[in-house]
Design a protein around this ligand. Structure first.
Ligand code: SF4
Length: 465
């Protein structure tokens, strides 16, 4: 097979998001560095997700790699179709999580010449070098290879111009994203990343990457790892380096690990510039946590918030409704958790049963799971987006006790009642709607109609509970 001399790497547009220009295309920046290191003669460019710009710039490239998440599958198909229609000889390569979990379906789509279901680095390099032997190219980086892999390109003019198009802020500072490790050792049955081997970058690489970020003028960084606050000794030198560079940061945690280290972990984060910790609390019901193998207790979720608040950290909880076995009673326990735990913000969605999660495969195998999937995608599959435009979410599951509509009503109620910053667009928009003469007004205290409406909604919910 002929080798490739010019490679364009694209991410798909995310038209379902309020703002898709928040998190930079980190995966493509990793791929660019890896191919550059192993095949220095190949010209690799990371492109834009604006298709008009993209199509105008495709001409000089022999091959186009497209990174695809499941909610972007139609966008990816459109883009690949447009490219193939105009330039049938160009090679189109698909990668990303959608290819991993929907590889058989992707194989039916002839617009994709190659599919890369796992880590892209080695597979893409093999394709570019003309050494791939089939349409599906599956390589995985070992722990040792991840340790020494080149850090994502943040230096070339192309990379810098791509990074500048994304705008993300932490504590009022311009910030970007990075990863210190891939994978998660936890077992949550609703999550695609569960039980994936944890592979850390070397400390030297992480420090160099933080320096790249610092030199670009960023004042903050979101550590995108599934679980960063997992081991005190592992993260201490990384936190200290961020502190040395005066980079504020945000990271993810899990209650069992966080409470294992307790004050010590919270203090380390607080003392080194952590401005926000986010953790997957999921539910206020122990039954639900056990159902989804969360491997922590509701008590540990409460304590995580207490440890964080004691050290002055801002803490945000991820709440997931509609997990197997959800009832009005478990929803009420989740509301109790939201009301009493004391976190600063929460993000609330309804479970999206992606392929690749243990729950989805148990349902497909006919297992006893109290969950019914009601796919809303035009291809008969779930649409795939947890967060959608206007601070909304998707509703594509029901349980024996709750319909999708029940879950929608309760999720809307939680968002409107507790007004988390994460869903500001949802409740702000609602206020605007109310301003325009709907039955409820913008300020509950001033508007008895609205108060009454809210009381009715609440009473109705309590009645049902
Ligand atoms: S939900 Fe979080 S902790 Fe659980 S498996 Fe996924 S990434 Fe890991």
């Amino acid at each position: 097979m002929q080798s490739i001399k010019n490679l364009l790497l694209l991410s798909c547009r995310s038209p379902f998001l309020d703002d898709s220009k928040v998190y930079c295309p980190l995966a493509n920046l990793y791929l660019k560095s890896y191919v550059n290191q192993h095949l220095p003669g190949v010209h690799v460019v990371v492109g834009d997700d604006d298709y008009d710009l993209t199509l105008a710039s495709v001409e000089p490239f022999d091959a186009i790699g497209i990174s695809i998440a499941t909610p972007q599958r139609f966008e990816a198909l459109t883009l690949a179709g447009l490219i193939k229609e105009r330039w049938p000889d160009k090679i189109v390569i698909a990668g990303g999580p959608h290819v991993k979990h929907y590889c058989d379906e992707m194989l039916q789509l002839r617009v994709f010449d190659y599919l890369v279901p796992f880590d892209g680095e080695k597979s893409l390099t093999r394709i570019v070098a003309g050494k791939a032997t089939g349409r599906v190219v599956s390589d995985v980086l070992t722990r040792t290879e991840v340790l020494s892999q080149p850090r994502p390109d943040r230096k070339s003019a192309n990379a810098v111009s791509v990074l500048r198009r994304y705008s993300y802020h932490l504590a009022g500072r311009s910030a970007t994203t990075m990863m210190t490790a891939r994978g998660c050792p936890e077992q949550c049955s609703f999550c695609e990343d569960a039980m994936t081997s944890v592979r850390w970058s070397s400390l030297g690489n992480i420090k160099d990457e933080l320096n790249d970020i610092y030199r670009l003028g960023y004042g903050g960084v979101y550590i995108f790892d599934d679980l960063f606050a997992i081991s005190l000794s592992k993260i201490r030198p990384i936190c200290e380096e961020m502190h040395r560079l005066d980079l504020v940061y945000r990271c993810n945690a899990q209650a069992r690990y966080f409470t294992k280290w307790g004050d010590e972990m919270a203090r380390l984060l607080a003392d080194t510039g952590c401005c926000e910790v986010a953790f997957g609390a999921e539910s206020g019901s122990q039954k639900i946590l056990d159902n989804v193998r969360k491997r922590c207790t509701v008590e540990q979720n409460y304590k995580t918030v207490q440890y964080a608040k004691k050290q002055g950290l801002i803490i945000k909880a991820f709440i997931l409704l509609g997990l197997p076995g959800e009832t009005w009673e478990t929803l009420a326990q989740t509301e109790e958790f939201i009301r009493n735990a004391g976190f600063d913000d929460f993000q609330c969605a309804v479970y999206m049963p992606f392929r690749g999660t243990q729950i989805r495969s148990a349902i497909e195998k006919g297992g006893l799971v109290d969950l019914i999937i009601r796919p809303a995608g035009i291809d008969g599959e779930v649409t795939g987006a947890y967060g959608t435009i206007g601070g909304n979410t998707a509703y594509e599951v029901s349980t024996s006790a709750l319909s999708s509509e029940d879950l929608r009503t309760f999720r809307d109620y939680l968002v409107m009642r507790y007004r988390p910053s994460s869903h500001k667009r949802r409740w702000e928009d609602q206020d605007k709607f109310f301003d325009q003469g709907s039955i409820t007004g913008p300020h509950a205290e001033e508007n008895p109609v609205r108060q009454d409406h809210r009381r009715l909604v609440h009473e109705e919910l309590l009645d049902t509970i």
